[in-house]
Design a protein. Structure first.
Length: 505
């Protein structure tokens, strides 16, 4: 069979066939953000003549070397600055197909990530009758550093530009531009939570799947203070001009060199080691997602969201902290993350909620709650309160000693055994994992197709939740102990604060 050729707004592209699925890689959706475009909003791609080969992933954006996943090398001869590219998997080309579209946004703590990761191969989803799109967006300093005179949240602006590209061009790949679902995990889910309330993203997608939503959203003052620390590490003034003249890898290395725990004025950021996040600047991102959704923003967008039971266990493992957490560390974490209860009350609330829990269990639960579990639950609650159709899930499947840890949902949904799949599920996943992955994938596709994954919607009164385990079921939200601890917590922007000591963490 001939290699597939598709004509889009900027020109013709030639992809490749993978079985019955046409795959197009490395199509630019915006100009390389270098030179005069460094730290600017994404700019449209000029048209090209002839047929552009779309057989290789575009180069990954500059990013942290602390990334959990390996960053593939660019293809030989590729323009290493052409970061902003999309990839498409389609089971049926042409405008008559009108298939649902699923657009993936990768995670990576807003400091790393690439659509070239083997974990994000869209073929298993595409084989179920949807068009899958993945893309690169700027991360770290390039995407989220707060620089005077430059637009904030450039990584989010890249997301909007990619979705606008999808709306304009996806019909040529067999997709329905009026049936677009964004889905993403971790920082990708945080980006989706942001997109739900960003005016520039309105109308670009119909449905959203947010997997393990992080609760980190910064004030401009905090983001600027973090940028200043990165500038010091790089030996530069914290200006757009100075940063634009610096090699991106130098800036990424400088951000890696900043130890958040050395900056107690960064409040919870000093404890969390997460120096980048969306900035609630009042324009690009006008509000935190929880507040805006509760007032009815995005009520017309159907939302599926959920978290994993043992989210933070992965990070304990990667940091070498398993078996080393002390009670003082757990108490300090509660004091920093549950401020509205007061220092003693926060500890008492968690000890009452988890009687008999040892220090490491408490540490893991508190971090899981603050970073992912409670932000995800509150996102569902806010969307439902605001009148939106909402579905909630929790993944509890035991994947070896790390349990239902962070990122486990990714290989299950994508059905890919490489990279993340091999790390979490083994080189040959067991039958139970394969069966659960098939179920999750089918329910993700059902939601993208109809807006209904097949279980009872979430409501503030009943809180019905899909539980993904060895025996999947639908029950009221099970993490009631943590839910009650956080009942009176109002998630919002993280701001500069009085010193919070993080020396023992």
């Amino acid at each position: 069979m001939d290699e597939p050729v598709v004509r889009i707004a900027s020109g013709a592209v030639r992809g490749r066939l993978d079985g019955s699925v046409a795959v197009f890689r490395g199509i630019p959706y915006a100009q390389p953000p270098v030179g005069a475009l460094r730290f600017a909003a994404p700019a449209p791609v000029p048209p090209w003549d002839g047929v552009r080969e779309a057989d290789k992933f575009g180069p990954s954006p500059p990013q942290s070397r602390l990334a959990a996943l390996a960053v593939p090398e660019p293809a030989p001869g590729a323009d290493r600055t052409d970061w902003l590219t999309v990839n498409v998997w389609s089971p049926s080309l042409g405008p008559d197909a009108a298939l649902p579209v699923m657009v993936w946004i990768y995670g990576g703590a807003y400091r790393s990530g690439t659509a070239a990761s083997p974990s994000y191969n869209g073929i298993r989803l595409a084989e179920r009758g949807v068009v899958v799109v993945t893309f690169n967006h700027r991360v770290g300093v390039e995407g989220f550093a707060q620089l005077p005179g430059m637009p904030p949240n450039r990584g989010l602006l890249d997301d909007v530009a990619a979705l606008a590209w999808v709306r304009e061009n996806i019909g040529a790949f067999g997709g329905d531009p009026d049936s677009v679902t964004v889905f993403g995990e971790s920082a990708g889910a945080g980006a989706i939570a942001s997109l739900l309330v960003m005016p520039s993203a309105a109308g670009l997608f119909r449905r959203a799947i947010a997997q393990s939503v992080p609760g980190t959203f910064f004030t401009p003052a905090l983001a600027a203070d973090i940028t200043q620390a990165i500038a010091v590490a790089a030996g530069l003034p914290a200006t757009a001009q100075a940063f634009a003249g610096a090699d991106p890898d130098r800036l990424a290395a400088a951000s890696d060199a900043v130890v958040t725990g050395d900056h107690p004025r960064w409040a919870q950021v000093a404890l969390s080691r997460v120096p980048f996040a969306p900035v609630v600047d009042g324009q690009v991102l006008p509000s935190t997602p929880w507040h805006a959704l509760a007032t009815g923003t995005a009520r017309d967008v159907e939302l599926l969201t959920g978290h994993n039971r043992d989210e933070y266990r992965l990070f304990l493992e990667l940091a070498g902290l398993r078996g080393k957490v002390t009670q003082a560390m757990a108490d300090q974490l509660i004091d920093g993350f549950v401020p509205s209860h007061g220092r003693s009350d926060g500890r008492e609330a968690y000890r009452a909620a988890y009687p008999g829990a040892d220090a490491e269990t408490l540490y893991e639960v508190v971090f899981s709650d603050w970073l992912f579990r409670m932000p995800t639950l509150h996102l569902a609650q806010s969307h439902a309160v605001g009148g939106g159709r909402t579905f909630l899930y929790e993944l509890v499947f035991e994947a070896g000693p790390l349990g239902a840890c962070h990122t486990l949902d990714v290989p299950l949904v994508f059905g890919i055994a490489a990279e993340l799949g091999e790390f979490l599920l083994g080189r040959e996943p067991g039958a139970a994992a394969i069966e659960l992955g098939d179920l999750m994938r089918s329910e993700w596709v059902a939601f993208a197709t109809t807006g209904d994954p097949g279980w009872t919607p979430y409501s503030p009164g009943r809180r019905m939740t899909r539980i993904y385990g060895t025996e999947p079921e639908v029950i009221p939200y099970p993490e009631v102990a943590s839910m009650h601890v956080w009942d009176q917590q109002r998630l919002g922007r993280i701001d500069l604060a009085e010193p919070v000591t993080a020396a023992s963490l």
